[in-house]
Design a binder for this molecule. Structure first.
Ligand SMILES: Nc1ncnc2c1ncn2[C@@H]1O[C@H](COP(=O)(O)OP(=O)(O)OP(=O)(O)O)[C@@H](O)[C@H]1O
Length: 280
């Protein structure tokens, strides 16, 4: 009997394409928080693959907690999270780190660590203990620094950089990790508008490489400009989710943020621009 040609092997799980409709992240009935405090309650969320999703909501509403739970830094009390169709608890730490990178709000590096050291750290999940540092690792780390504009700073210690340079160095580390899904918690904090736009332009480039990005932003107009989807949190649940133009209106901003605002469509692309007027 003739052999049938094999198109896939058991050793190449990545070759199996994710169905287009499958979300990159799926949370169901997610209840999570900290000792004595529930922050997210029975939250459901689908994050579309290959898109930019931005989580919005007032201070303390649980945006970071949501990102940390999606990234398995906080273990849910109830409910499930699936990453690319697989339950988070089923993933080994190294495998999770190859698929998902989380950049927290205020990451801390050991004293004296350079930008180059940090980018190299991103390669750790791809290097088993028995495999030495390879030219491929070096090329990927360099590419990550180049795409974030910090290659010239490779030998500089992080603690001698400006806030914007440091932020881009951390993003370089997550890129060297080559994740499918990138969670960025307030990546534009401390950045002036031009540098914030640089970081968000980079996020757009990552999307064009097929990376799913979930970010937290406070600037509603920037969120509207750069996001495919916005997710508005209130009382531990998703209050609204969809394209910015469908979600961000004056009524929602009043109810969720207690903000009186005028929302205008941009004359060029129709994306909403939020002009705050005062406290609602
Ligand atoms: N490690 C922790 N231990 C206990 N409570 C925490 C911890 N981290 C956050 N919280 C609390 O959980 C709630 C949600 O915090 P979280 O940081 O998720 O909110 P956030 O929406 O990201 O806020 P912000 O916009 O201010 O960054 C807050 O009441 C906060 O005080």
């Amino acid at each position: 009997m003739a052999d049938h040609p094999r198109t896939t092997t058991l050793h190449e799980p990545a070759a199996a394409p994710t169905p287009a409709a499958a979300p990159a992240l799926r949370a169901r009935g997610l209840t999570a928080g900290y000792e004595g405090r529930i922050v997210l309650e029975k939250l459901d969320l689908d994050v579309e693959a290959g898109r930019i999703t931005t989580v919005l909501g007032p201070n303390g509403c649980g945006k970071s907690t949501l990102l940390r739970t999606l990234g398995r830094l906080v273990r849910p009390r109830e409910g499930t999270v699936e990453l690319l169709g697989r339950p988070l608890p089923a993933l080994r730490p190294r495998e999770l780190a190859r698929r998902l990178a989380l950049l927290p709000q205020s990451p801390v590096a050991p004293e004296g660590m350079t930008v180059g050291d940090l980018a190299e750290r991103g390669r750790q999940p791809h290097r088993p203990w028995y495999r030495p540092w390879s030219p491929e690792d070096a090329a990927i780390a360099t590419e990550a620094m180049t795409s974030t504009g910090v290659a010239d700073l490779a030998s500089r210690p992080l603690d001698e950089l400006s806030g914007g340079q440091r932020q881009r160095a951390w993003i370089a580390m997550t890129l060297a990790q080559q994740p499918d899904v990138l969670l960025l918690d307030e990546p534009t904090t401390h950045l002036d508008l031009a540098h914030a736009v640089d970081v968000l332009d980079l996020v757009v480039r990552l999307r064009s490489q097929g990376i799913t990005v979930v970010t937290v932003l406070h600037d509603l107009s920037l969120a509207a400009r750069y996001s495919d989807t916005v997710v508005v949190l209130q009382d531990g649940r998703v209050r609204a989710q969809g394209p910015p133009a469908d979600v961000l209106d004056a009524g929602l901003l009043r109810e969720v943020f207690g903000l009186d605002a005028r929302v205008y469509p941009d004359p060029v692309d129709g994306r909403p621009t939020v002009v705050p007027v005062g406290h609602a």
